[in-house]
Write a protein that binds this ligand. Structure first.
Ligand code: GDP
Ligand code: MG
Length: 455
């Protein structure tokens, strides 16, 4: 039965409790498969301490040991055989990751030892945890919201420093706080609209309604924009260098890489195919793509390369559009596909300038002049305000919720007050989907399905 008076908050939670039998005790190997110095078997639930008493022999009984302590001793098989020596870490509800009684056995990290320890834990009455079930319990205990649970997954899977930083911010609740700030502004707007409707003669200042709505819209737009950065941080980015033949694309690629990957010659049309090379920029793995110079050409091979260059630019997360600064400026014969963002670069800045443009960065691949600024611009374009420590959206699920919220806020702006109020309520609902405070069971399931067993 949903708790009374709170609008049926967390109905999904209650269904999950009954369906998965959340009072039972679960166990899993929490460390990665394979050999390691240390391995961990984690046990959570009402029976955790009793299982530890039966399995572990140390200076005291685990069930008599205060939470937050650990014991050194022996892990025993059913017949008393010593499986290994190790540690038993004791946590007491509610002060544990899951909010339940938890023990963690640390032993040597071999598959043989961990397999026996886990086998014994299961014999003693625990069942094998499903993927993500420890974190699911933390969520159900109210210790994490859904976006924080996703951040846990992000931390487990982080391959880049940018991804780690983001997940860590998400886990800290920074994303939740950012969303709450937006929600508070929407609620203020709703209150002002309600007051206008209820007391049309009182003269509620327009400002009370418009200022928080404007702030919420700006915050939401930034949040939606951050979703792309979040994905870039997680999976890396593609950066295409394009420009006319001889603009200095291959030279700049080599300069960004720090080694000679691409052939550089004074002959226009040297690079006819494209080539890729990986480099880390701003903590993000970036694939640099060198393309054929774009020009009108009769050469069939070169023409194919030009078409490919335009397509590569369209598919990239970011485009560096290079123009030779030492020659009179010529526009590219091809319109670049929209979508990808573009940084304009005036190359060969060490030579005397034939033109200048405040919208272009001056860079020399020969002297290295302008390279630090270019790296900063790339990082800002790929990661946006996230470099300033703001929390971003890191999953498509979160991005979808934020886009829906923004859509409703934008719709609210164009509507008369009574209809605007409805849109704002929908926006608030989309925001609560984002942090997962009142979401449907299938959404929760989908999030936790991606976890590994033991997390
Ligand atoms: N002085 C100077 N020459 C450059 C610079 N970058 C490229 N070049 C020269 O310009 C020519 C074309 O360079 P390349 O990188 O092959 O251009 P791409 O055709 O766009 O790949 C070569 O002779 C390079 O040595 C630069 O920053 N300064
Ligand atoms: Mg080239």
């Amino acid at each position: 039965m949903p708790p009374a008076g709170r609008g049926g908050r967390r109905p999904a939670t209650l269904r999950l409790v009954t369906r998965t039998g959340l009072t039972d005790t679960i166990a899993a190997i929490a460390t990665a498969p394979g050999s390691a110095g240390v391995g961990i078997v984690r046990v959570s639930g009402e029976g955790a301490h009793a299982i530890a008493d039966a399995l572990f022999r140390g200076r005291r009984r685990p069930s008599r040991t205060p939470g937050g302590r650990f014991l050194f001793g022996h892990l025993l098989a059913a017949d008393g055989e010593v499986l290994d020596e190790g540690l038993c870490l004791i946590f007491r509800a509610p002060r544990s990751y899951t909010g339940e009684d938890v023990v963690e056995f640390q032993s040597h990290g071999s598959p043989a030892v961990l397999g026996r320890v886990l086998g014994r834990v299961l014999e003693l009455g625990a069942r094998l945890a499903r993927p993500g079930e420890f974190t699911l319990r933390a969520y159900l205990a109210g210790r994490l919201d859904l976006s924080q649970a996703e951040a846990v997954l992000g931390l487990v899977e982080a391959h880049t420093d940018a991804a780690r930083r983001q997940a860590s911010l998400g886990l800290s609740g920074a994303l939740g706080a950012r969303v709450a700030r937006i929600g508070a502004n929407l609620t203020r707007t709703l209150a002002a609209i309600q007051a206008m409707l209820d007391y049309p003669d009182e003269g509620v200042p327009e400002e009370d309604r418009d200022a928080p709505l404007t702030a919420a819209e700006a915050d939401l737009s930034a949040l939606v924009a951050s979703a792309r950065a979040g994905q870039v941080a997680t999976r890396g980015a593609r950066l295409a260098l394009i420009g006319r033949p001889n603009a200095g694309k291959s030279s700049l690629l080599n300069a960004l890489l720090g080694y000679e990957r691409s052939i550089v010659t004074p002959i226009p049309g040297t690079t006819r195919d494209y080539l890729e090379a990986g480099v880390e920029l701003a903590g993000v793995p970036v694939t640099l793509v060198d393309t054929a110079g774009i020009r009108d050409t009769r050469d069939e091979v070169e023409a194919a390369g030009v078409r490919q260059a335009v397509a590569l630019a369209g598919a990239a997360d970011l485009v560096l559009a290079l123009e030779d600064g030492s020659l009179p400026r010529e526009v590219l014969p091809t319109e670049l596909p929209g979508g990808a963002r573009v940084i304009r670069v005036r190359t060969k800045a060490d030579l005397s300038a034939a033109w200048t443009d405040p919208a272009a960065l001056d860079v020399s691949a020969v002297t290295g002049e302008g390279l630090p600024d270019l790296r900063d611009a790339i990082s800002a374009a790929l990661l946006g305000d996230t470099a300033r420590g703001e929390a971003w959206l890191t999953t498509e699920r979160q991005a979808d919720a934020a886009r829906r919220a923004l859509g409703h806020v934008q719709a609210a702006r164009t509507l008369p007050d009574d209809l605007a109020g409805w849109e704002l309520e929908e926006a608030l609902r989309a925001l609560s989907d984002l942090t997962g405070r009142d979401v449907q069971e299938d959404v929760v399931d989908a999030v936790f399905r991606n976890f590994c067993v033991g997390k």
